[in-house]
Design a protein around this ligand. Sequence first.
Ligand SMILES: *[C@@H]1O[C@H](CO)[C@@H](O)[C@H](O)[C@H]1NC(C)=O
Ligand SMILES: *[C@@H]1O[C@H](CO)[C@@H](O)[C@H](O)[C@H]1NC(C)=O
Ligand SMILES: *[C@@H]1O[C@H](CO)[C@@H](O)[C@H](O)[C@H]1NC(C)=O
Ligand SMILES: *[C@@H]1O[C@H](CO)[C@@H](O)[C@H](O)[C@H]1NC(C)=O
Ligand SMILES: *[C@@H]1O[C@H](CO)[C@@H](O)[C@H](O)[C@H]1NC(C)=O
Length: 273
Amino acid sequence: MMRVTVLLIFLTCVVLSLAQHEASYCAFYEECGKNPLPGQPLIPPIVPCLNYSKARPVSGEHYKKLIEVCPMLDRGIDNTYACCSIKQLISLRTSLTLSKVVLIRCPSCVENFAHLHCITTCSPNQSQTVKVTKVINNIVQNQIKKAVVGYQAFINASFAEGAFQSCKNVRIPATGDFAIGTMCGRYGAKLCTAQRWYDFQGDSSNGLAPLDIDFQLIKDGDTTVLPEGVVPYNGTALKCNETTPSGGEVCSCQDCQESCPVVPPPQPPPGPF
Ligand SMILES: *[C@@H]1O[C@H](CO)[C@@H](O)[C@H](O)[C@H]1NC(C)=O
Ligand SMILES: *[C@@H]1O[C@H](CO)[C@@H](O)[C@H](O)[C@H]1NC(C)=O
Ligand SMILES: *[C@@H]1O[C@H](CO)[C@@H](O)[C@H](O)[C@H]1NC(C)=O
Ligand SMILES: *[C@@H]1O[C@H](CO)[C@@H](O)[C@H](O)[C@H]1NC(C)=O
Ligand SMILES: *[C@@H]1O[C@H](CO)[C@@H](O)[C@H](O)[C@H]1NC(C)=O
């Protein structure tokens, strides 16, 4: 009897741990109160409820909002699934708007930036891409719920690096300074790297991020760090010299190295004869 119980508990644990990362499954869903962060965040640090569950089909208003905030998740009206509610999309839009203020001169950069955050917040394969690492108990409508305050996000390094490259030289409209200078913490624009940029984006002490995201940029062959079942998100980042699918223009030479005219190599000096 004892043995059977132990075996059953063991099997239950195995099943649960296998169930943690799977295509078409969410790791969290819906808003679950606030993260009790110290200091004065710029926007309310609303965090999601832990909820390992099937991705939701989206339609009607939900679909409209999804394709407005996260057009890259659009798979058509009858075939689109997501791991975020309308409320979450509205909050995501608010936080993306704040970054957009400094990145606005370069639409492809804005789009890549949104792409990454749409994936972690809303992707129908969310549980494949993220691993929840920290939860707290929050009271939501008189119920105690587990709220997510920290997770790891596994992202293809080429995609992450491509998104960084598209934003690296974008200038703040009002000042002409590099936008990433305000998005890289103590490193500033000069010492900013893709990893440092993402570290800042996922740092809840920056007044913007509602929770901690540990971005793991995965290169080919890096698979040892991947928890079983995790598949790094493999998307395509737009280059800053490309237009966006929603009709955003190519970024200017001031904001995008690739858009600058190619300077022809200097002519070799004339020979002695
Ligand atoms: C998970 O989400 C479903 C559907 O939105 C909801 O019915 C359920 O109560 C949620 N579970 C938890 C633990 O919040
Ligand atoms: C989710 O995973 C499925 C199956 O691997 C894939 O076809 C689909 O494009 C993925 N969706 C997103 C938004 O990554
Ligand atoms: C990342 O994306 C690149 C280019 O799209 C691809 O060649 C590479 O295999 C991907 N690596 C991983 C770990 O997903
Ligand atoms: C990642 O995407 C690229 C192009 O979109 C594709 O060539 C590559 O095979 C993908 N790699 C993996 C590991 O899925
Ligand atoms: C953008 O720049 C890259 C690298 O310099 C170049 O290969 C590509 O053709 C350019 N794309 C467009 C649309 O101009």
